[in-house]
Each structure stands twice: as structure tokens, then as C-alpha cells.
Design a protein around this ligand. Structure first.
Ligand SMILES: Cc1cc2nc3c(=O)[nH]c(=O)nc-3n(C[C@H](O)[C@H](O)[C@H](O)COP(=O)(O)OP(=O)(O)OC[C@H]3O[C@@H](n4cnc5c(N)ncnc54)[C@H](O)[C@@H]3O)c2cc1C
Length: 262
């Protein structure tokens, strides 16, 4: 199918972008790897696409005190190649090769993935596990929101009309931190059936709810497995029913637990 007709503007300044985003029927375009297919499938019909890829200050990975700031326009490929991410954010480094395929990783962005809030996506779960903070900005003000409060539901976030996600700030891992990212997918690069981003005692499941699902497990594995069985209610998808996903989540929990506590 073809996308419906829309106007397209690529502003060169944030001021101009925020002006354009005053239009309630405008939509932000970043890497286009999710938005363009959704237009082609007529799942959304915006009047105007505001291409933010020419805006200054939205790209790049920088060490800022005890955190790493990743600009919203930083691509998956840039994250994958970053020595800073490898060194300071091992969870994200383990997760990024699971995000789609190389061609999509070359264009897709961190901000696009977080703003889309697909419950089976890798970054949202990592951000919740790492207790990242997101920087959101509109025409007049900037605010910071914890990742755990940002994801509100299925493809739903705390972003307000006219707001841009500018960056995510991830606390850097200390020597004693333990992280592991695991996922099961039909083929490598597909969205996860179920996945798990674990950082110390924070275990965050993806593909297992309408948003990243956080468990804090502190005691023993048996208790953690029982809690999971009782409290995790993964929705069925086209290929797997809820019971299968719950079983797979238990498998990932055990593998992650054994790695974290080894
Ligand atoms: C075949 C295929 C497989 C994929 N597999 C995976 C996968 O396994 N895991 C995964 O995580 N993703 C996967 N993706 C999605 C991919 O990671 C996308 O790149 C990502 O979800 C969106 O990033 P984008 O920059 O392309 O955003 P776009 O498609 O441009 O935008 C996505 C949404 O976010 C909004 N948006 C974008 N940037 C901002 C911003 N800075 N502020 C506010 N709103 C913004 C847009 O308005 C739009 O609603 C896959 C995509 C395809 C086509």
C-alpha cells in the first residue's frame, strides 16, 4: 500500500520544529523505520511530517559525570559501535544487536524506539532496568521523566503534544553491577517473543505486557519463579499463547539469575 498524502518539512532549528509541532496533526519523523511502514499500512494519517534529523544537539553519546547521555537521534548502529556504551552500559551493548536488522539499525534511532514504546522493543526494557531518565522538551520548557513513569501502556508514553524526546540519560554501570540481556525471537532481528533486561535485582521483561514489566527479585530463584508465575500475565500474540510466553519468561529468568548471581 501507499502512504496517504502528507506535507513534509525538515526544520533546521528547534524553535522552528516546535512551531511546526503546534499543529495537532503533525507527526515527528526520525529514522522512519516504524513510522513510514505505519503510514504505508494507513495505520496513521498525519497532515504533516516534521523531519527532525536536521536538528542540532539531538545526536551523540557523551559521558556526563556519572551518566551517559544518548541523544534521541543517535542511531542503533552508532550505539552498537560505541566504545563508551560497551564500557559503561553493558546492558545496552548486549541488547542492541537484537534490535532489528543491520539496515534498520543504520537509520532507526534511540528516540524513535523509546517514543514508539513497542512493548516488545529492547530499549524501553533496558531503560527501565537501568533507571534511565528521559529529557523531554517543548516550545517553552524542558522536563525530566524516569523511564519507569514514561511508558504508560501499549504504544503510549508520557510525551505530550508538541513535545520532543531530546535524550536519554543512563547511569553508568559500576564495577559491582551485573547486567544481562536475553531474548527469544523467531529469527534473530525479529521483535522478541519474550525478552529480559536484568540489572542487579531489577528484572524487566519485554514482550510480556503492554509495556516493560519490572520485577525486583532479591531472595532466591525458586521464590522469584513462583512470583513470576503468579504475577506475570503476558498477552498472547499471533504465534504464542500466554502460557507459552510465561514458560519462556521463566526460562529467561533462570538463565539471567544464574548469570547475575554467578
Ligand atoms: C522489519 C523491522 C524490524 C524491527 N525490529 C525491531 C526490533 O527487533 N526491536 C526494536 O526495538 N525495534 C525494531 N524495529 C523498529 C526500529 O527499531 C525503529 O527504528 C524504531 O522503533 C523507531 O525508530 P525510528 O528512528 O525509525 O523512528 P520513526 O519511525 O521515525 O518514529 C517512530 C515514532 O516515534 C516518534 N518519534 C521519533 N523520534 C521522536 C522524538 N525524538 N521525540 C518524539 N517523538 C519521536 C514518531 O513520531 C513516531 O511516532 C523494527 C523495524 C522494522 C521495519
Amino acid at each position: 500500500m501507499k502512504a496517504p498524502a502528507f506535507a513534509y518539512v525538515k526544520p533546521a532549528s528547534l524553535e522552528n520544529a516546535f512551531e511546526l509541532l503546534q499543529n495537532p496533526n503533525a507527526k515527528v519523523l526520525a529514522g522512519g523505520q516504524s513510522l513510514i511502514p505505519s503510514l504505508n499500512m494507513r495505520l496513521s494519517e498525519p497532515e504533516l511530517l516534521v523531519d527532525i534529523t536536521g536538528l542540532p544537539g539531538l545526536s551523540g553519546i557523551s559521558l556526563q559525570g556519572s551518566s551517559i547521555r544518548v541523544g534521541a537521534l543517535t542511531t542503533h548502529a552508532q550505539i552498537e559501535k560505541s566504545a563508551e556504551i560497551k564500557k559503561h552500559l553493558p546492558l545496552l551493548a548486549q541488547a542492541v544487536p537484537h534490535v532489528a536488522h543491520a539496515a534498520i539499525r543504520n537509520r532507526g534511532t534511540l528516540g524513535g524506539s523509546l517514543a514508539l514504546a513497542d512493548p516488545a522493543a529492547e530499549y524501553p526494557a533496558c531503560a527501565v532496568a537501568l533507571e534511565a531518565v528521559f529529557v523531554l522538551k517543548n516550545k517553552t520548557a524542558e522536563r525530566r521523566v524516569k523511564a519507569s513513569a514514561f511508558f504508560k501502556g501499549l504504544f503510549e508514553t508520557d510525551l505530550k503534544p508538541g513535545e520532543l524526546l531530546m535524550a536519554a540519560e543512563f547511569p553508568i554501570a559500576t564495577k559491582s553491577d551485573r547486567s544481562v540481556f536475553l531474548e527469544l525471537a523467531r529469527r534473530h532481528g525479529d521483535y522478541a517473543i519474550v525478552g529480559l533486561a536484568a540489572h542487579n535485582d531489577r528484572f524487566v521483561f519485554l514482550g510480556a505486557g503492554d509495556r516493560p514489566v519490572l520485577f525486583s527479585f532479591r531472595k532466591n530463584l525458586e521464590e522469584a519463579k513462583q512470583t513470576l508465575k503468579k504475577d506475570l500475565k503476558p498477552p498472547s500474540d499471533l504465534y504464542n499463547d500466554s502460557a507459552t510466553k510465561l514458560h519462556l519468561a521463566g526460562v529467561l529468568l533462570e538463565r539471567a539469575w544464574n548469570t547475575i548471581t554467578a
